[in-house]
Design a binder for this molecule. Sequence first.
Ligand code: NAD
Length: 480
Amino acid sequence: MQQIKNYINGQLIEPASKAYLDNYNPATGKVYSLIPDSDEKDVELAYAAAKNAFKEWSITPKEKRSQYLLKIAALIEKNLDKLSLAESIDNGKPLKLAKSIDIPRAAANFHFYGTGILHYAAHAHSMEETAINYTLRQPVGVAGCISPWNLPLYLFTWKIAPALAAGCTVVAKPSEVTPMTAFLLSELCIEAGLPAGVLNIVHGLGPKVGNAIVSHKDIPLISFTGGTATGKHIASIAAPMFKKLSLELGGKNPNIIFADCNYEKMLSTTLLSSFSNQGQICLCGSRIFVERKIYEKFKTDFIAKTKTLNVGDPLNENTKVGAIVSKTHHEKILSYIDLAKTEGGKILCGGKALKLNGEHADGYYIEPTIIEGLDYKCRTNQEEIFGPVVTITPFDTEEEALKMANSTIYGLASIVWTENLTLAHRIANNIHAGIVWINCWLLRDLRTPFGGVKASGVGREGGFEALDFFTEPKNVCIKL
Ligand code: NAD
């Protein structure tokens, strides 16, 4: 059985404990590889390597750093098929999705920051004839990067690429639920000739490896993407140590549909924003608010479309909805469907685990589920489910739609469908979210600020914001 290795100081090595965790294929429910069960000893080794590498890497000309990043991007592209297959097996997502979104985006992350760093500039502030101030932007040091399982390589590289571009060295931990493509990335970094210790990848459990990174006294900044409860825990450790923190957390995103929208475009995109990646994208619109005038028509058409979605083997070309990432998460989603029923929700379609045949009989599948009849304040409508489950709710006025949309503790993304430009601007202005998509979903320009408000996070990734995060501004004032 394949054994994943840690990537420390340029080498693929065993964990100090020599112990391994099982890695499951969610499509079959079977163990198919082993993950290092690392601990603080491995984090310490990785930190020492990163600290040592920082001396050179932080003063390596940005043109040279750029070349390494572009080389890694090219290697990811070259290995598209291999990485996509690995991602699909590890995560349960349709192979088609991994090949069209996840892996190309991982390459794009390295490409974007490999070129972005060449255009990154700092400010100068002139005090007329008295003095001139200029700002140095210096890499902060060894960065701790921790990522989740839903878009494994996509989100892992979204942190690592800007950190490396900015001149930081990195100790990174991918999710223990989906470690495979991070492991394959370490092989590609070796192939690219990335200097030893610049990137270190330590595999293992959050409370062990993640916690050791977060509480390490000499790691001055943490970039974390994951659940809100974990983010809260991380902040409680890191804030008293005055670490720089970037927290990209959970969401419960509203999808607000007005009657004047481009109906067909809205319907096909809403299908995607509801069920892509089995609804396990932090940006999915899981609360759908529909103007009452078109509510019944929407309901009929949306149910009909949802019923056409093929749930099944992620490796099958025709599969639209693959497997849920793990047994635990499968159970969590089903428990929310039960909760919805007790809260008075009516299951319009789906609502059950799906049992496949043959080698997939023990896989973790759930039918895409639409629920109606729930109060906007109930737990189903307030808590993040993170699965193929959406609720639909009618509204009469713009104020009512906004009140319901803004009612959760979260504020990550939002979606608005209307052809009325003034209304769209007004909603964008008043909605509690870091991202507003009008008449589209998941359309991404990597230069834009990415992140959420309220319990969805602190700070922004993307564009120069990420380079700002991984560098420390230092003002130098010269008296003339
Ligand atoms: P999670 O919080 O359970 O785990 C995320 C990472 O943190 C994993 O690598 C995990 O091992 C690690 N971790 C767990 N406990 C830790 C601890 N005590 N100290 C340090 N690290 C620890 O989240 P998940 O279940 O992997 O991912 C799903 C969540 O991520 C959802 O809530 C989703 O909304 C969120 N998410 C947010 C974004 C965003 O950009 N805002 C993107 C994707 C996913």
